[in-house]
Design a protein around this ligand. Structure first.
Ligand code: PEP
Length: 258
């Protein structure tokens, strides 16, 4: 049985909450939040709020992360944000390859490979998202799809670079739909992801990589998802916008260790 050292609870706010709402979230969240040595909490607000959020959460162990960034160091890329810009406001972690980025903003595996490379060059951390569409699962191609996503974006990494990689398995059909993968479906895909990584980097490294599950995680299902052997936490969309719900998911993570 694989033993977990840490559970990640990471909120992805997407294009939700203006600055005032984000501050109101903080006011409620911070009143009730109690840290736990084995639970890592992260929140990804919009770019416009990063500076303020880093400041607000400074006295907590909550990490503020970005939802995206550009692959280039700097230059003529109107509307984009660089790794150095993120670091300059205290952000060290970035979500890459979210299915909404892949689907609506045409982010390919090749683009994502360049973004991951930039993360490593800048000594940052990536929460790298993978996941199949419903048609791919129905056609029995889900394991292959996810394996390809992992290989194309991450197999150019050196073994030591993997220290900076967190994977989030997010089946596209479960994101924002209320339809969660069963804990068993999540666990078997997470195991598969580890096997894919192990095929190039060995079992030890593969066993160490945090693999989070994302897709309609809420207080009602968090505990059973966290209980699965290969699940190291959750990337949470909708439920991370409501402080009480997000706090309940954090509680479920704490209970795993109690
Ligand atoms: C997400 O977009 O990362 C996500 C998992 O969303 P939700 O929890 O709303 O399904």
């Amino acid at each position: 049985m694989r033993k977990k050292k840490k559970i990640y609870v990471a909120g992805n706010w997407k294009m939700n909450l203006d600055l005032k709402e984000a501050e109101q979230f903080y006011a409620v969240f911070n009143r009730h939040y109690r840290s736990h040595p084995h639970v890592k909490v992260m929140i990804a607000p919009a770019f416009t709020h990063l500076y303020r959020m880093v400041y607000l959460y400074e006295d907590t162990d909550v990490e503020i992360m970005a939802q995206n960034m550009h692959w280039a160091a700097k230059g003529a890329y109107t509307g984009e944000v660089s790794a150095a810009m993120l670091k300059s406001v205290g952000v060290e972690t970035v979500i890459l390859g979210h299915s909404e980025r892949r689907q609506y903003f045409c982010e390919t595996d090749e683009i994502l490979q360049k973004k991951v490379q930039r993360v490593i060059e800048e000594n940052m951390t990536a929460v790298f998202c993978v996941g199949e569409k419903w048609e791919e699962r129905e056609a029995g191609r889900h394991f292959q799809t996810v394996a390809d996503q992992v290989k194309k974006a991450l197999f150019s990494l050196h073994p030591e670079d993997w220290e900076e990689i967190v994977i989030a398995y997010e089946p596209v059909w479960a994101i924002g739909t209320g339809q969660t993968a069963t804990p068993q479906q999540a666990d078997e895909m997470h195991r598969h992801i580890r096997e894919v990584i192990a095929s190039k980097y060995g079992n030890q490294l593969a066993g160490r990589i945090p693999v989070l599950y994302g897709g309609s995680v809420k207080p009602e299902n968090a505990a059973e998802i966290f209980a699965m052997e290969n699940v190291d936490g959750a990337l949470v969309g909708g439920a991370s916008l409501i402080p009480e719900k997000f706090l309940d998911i954090i509680e479920a993570a704490k209970q795993y260790f109690d």
